[in-house]
Design a protein around this ligand. Structure first.
Ligand code: NI
Length: 218
């Protein structure tokens, strides 16, 4: 196991999150960025479906796209479908989990410039033990505190199912996690996390795949 992966495994176990740099680069990263741009453009051109999740800001009629769900099933997303089926994120997930893993769901997360809202504090799910299910976020754009980066409460993946999310994030500490395009941020599905709004002029997109141990039934 390479040193960066070993470090990520250690941080994932201790804190519930980690970043692995430069997982996807060059042509594949550029192609995934182009595919994501075309999907967002389709929404701007009026495409709507149950999988294109959006909201409307108060006092503004323009819908704001924030998630394309079931991404592998969407027309125009063959590269995302391939990433969901096999390849570098599967390889990384199996090294992080230490066992064979399967991909459960893929989505494109979009934080549109100026208008994207924060994602409130939450745990993705608590019906899996710590260390058995993780979300890998492949960043297609640089993400930092100014354009909607992820935030975590370290160690909160180890809390009981009944932990009260609002109390956990108030007690903190809260750690914002920046990532560069091509980096993967990994988090345990149990960790308490959120993401910031995007008041900046920079789009922030990520492909998120949840992986679970192949032996986990949920
Ligand atoms: Ni989440």
């Amino acid at each position: 196991m390479s040193a960066p992966i070993a470090a990520a495994v250690g941080q994932l176990r201790a804190d519930g999150f980690a970043v692995v740099s430069g997982v996807v680069t060059h042509a594949l990263l550029e192609d995934l960025r182009a595919e994501a741009a075309a999907l967002v453009a389709a929404f701007d051109d009026g495409h709507r479906s149950d999988n294109f999740w959006h909201f409307t800001r108060k006092g503004d009629s323009a819908p704001v796209l924030f998630r394309i769900h079931n991404l592998q099933q969407q027309p125009g997303a063959p590269l995302a479908a391939e990433l969901f089926a096999t390849g570098p994120l599967h390889h990384l997930a199996e090294r992080l989990l230490g066992q064979p893993a399967r991909a459960r769901v893929i989505a494109l997360i979009v934080k549109m410039p100026h208008v994207a809202a924060a994602v409130p504090w939450h745990r993705d799910r608590v019906d899996a033990p710590a260390g058995s299910a993780i979300n890998l976020s492949l960043f297609l754009d640089d993400s930092d505190a100014d354009n909607g980066c992820l935030e975590f409460v370290p160690g909160s993946h180890l809390l009981a199912d009944e932990a009260v999310v609002d109390q956990v994030c108030t007690a903190g500490p809260v750690v914002p996690v920046a990532a560069k395009a091509g980096d993967v941020a990994v988090h345990d599905v149990r960790v308490v996390h959120a993401s910031r709004p995007n008041p900046s002029a920079r789009t922030r997109r990520s492909l998120v795949i949840e992986f679970a141990l192949a032996t986990e039934s949920t």
